[in-house]
Design a protein around this ligand. Structure first.
Ligand SMILES: Nc1ncnc2c1ncn2[C@@H]1O[C@H](COP(=O)(O)OP(=O)(O)OP(=O)(O)O)[C@@H](O)[C@H]1O
Ligand SMILES: [Mg+2]
Length: 295
């Protein structure tokens, strides 16, 4: 509704992880490059963690678009699964035929044959599991079994587990030591810094058809960063509301006062004691530094 007033052709701050809007901040790009490298190099098992709303699902979409035609990809987003559900989903994703009553072991046998055939044809097979923090230990154990599928010289399947920071805690469960030891790369996606936050907002406005006239003044942009700590989903929520309020008040560009007013009404932003997120929500202290190899 506010779009024409701000010279836009569509809503720039929708919540969907639309890869058209992808802004390659240094961190997002780094995470992406780590995943591409791990896949191309057949590193086997990669873990990507990131704060809530930091852009993990968006990255998974961009990654899959980037992978070449010699890659077979499967993505699992439904994580309320039993170990059998997981194998069935994987079979379905790769379009491998199996009989419904088949034992899980037999299905894994078929999957193994499929993977060996792909290797012979020089295809690389990638399985990405999003929201992996929700997987139960027994499903994670099943993932480990999948990561065991290998020949004497090659990993047959490249697995990317992607999830919120609790995923890392889960991997530290004593029962999952073996799985943890197989992780060849762990990357933690931090929030964007101030300049990146500004770049992100301007980028989204441009993709939404922006004619280049400023929708937010400098003070507003600085305040958006202080309230959101550079977390993309929080930025989207705040900017969307600010554009609506700005439109109603015919404010163009929008100033800091509108941002303050709107931020007070957004539940996602008032969790902190004074409603401000004082520091950027970067890497947590105990997380490995970006891209650290943990095995
Ligand atoms: N690099 C980026 N470029 C453009 N938009 C982004 C980027 N990162 C995140 N977003 C936007 O931020 C919002 C949240 O992103 P996304 O859903 O990918 O986060 P997430 O880390 O998967 O969240 P959750 O922890 O809830 O699963 C989406 O609207 C998405 O479009
Ligand atoms: Mg997500």
């Amino acid at each position: 509704m506010y779009e024409p007033f701000y010279g836009l052709t569509e809503n720039p701050f929708r919540m969907t992880p639309d890869s058209r809007y992808f802004y390659p901040s240094a961190r997002h790009l780094d995470a992406l490059n780590h995943m591409v490298y791990a896949i191309d190099d057949r590193r086997g098992f990669v873990v990507i963690t990131g704060e809530i709303g930091s852009g993990k699902t968006t990255l998974s979409r961009v990654l899959f678009q980037k992978l070449g035609s010699k890659t077979k990809t499967a993505i699992i987003r439904n994580t309320q699964l039993t170990p059998r559900d997981l194998i069935e989903l994987v079979m379905d994703e790769y379009e491998i035929d199996y009989r419904p009553g088949m034992r899980k072991m037999q299905m894994v046998g078929l999957l193994n044959e499929f993977l060996i055939e792909q290797l012979r044809r020089d295809y690389n097979v990638v399985l990405l599991i999003d929201e992996a923090q929700n997987l139960t230990p027994s499903v994670l154990e099943e993932v480990r079994m999948l990561s065991n599928l290998e020949t004497e010289t090659d990993k047959l399947i490249q697995i990317i587990l992607m999830g919120q920071p609790e995923l890392k805690d889960k991997l530290w469960l004593p029962s999952l030591t073996q799985l943890r030891q197989r992780v060849t790369l762990h990357y933690h996606l931090g929030a964007m810094d101030g300049p990146e936050t500004v770049g992100y907002i301007l980028h989204r406005l441009k993709v939404a058809g922006g004619d280049g006239s400023p929708a937010f003044d400098e003070e507003a942009l600085a305040r958006i960063y202080s309230y959101t700590g550079g977390v993309p989903r929080l930025i989207n929520g705040l900017c969307d509301r600010a554009l609506l309020t700005g439109f109603v008040n015919e404010a163009k560009p929008i100033g800091g006062a509108v941002i303050d007013e709107v931020a007070r009404e957004l539940p996602a932003l008032v969790d902190s004691p004074d409603g401000m997120v004082p520091e950027p929500q970067g890497e947590s202290a105990d997380a490995p530094s970006d891209g650290e190899k943990t095995a």
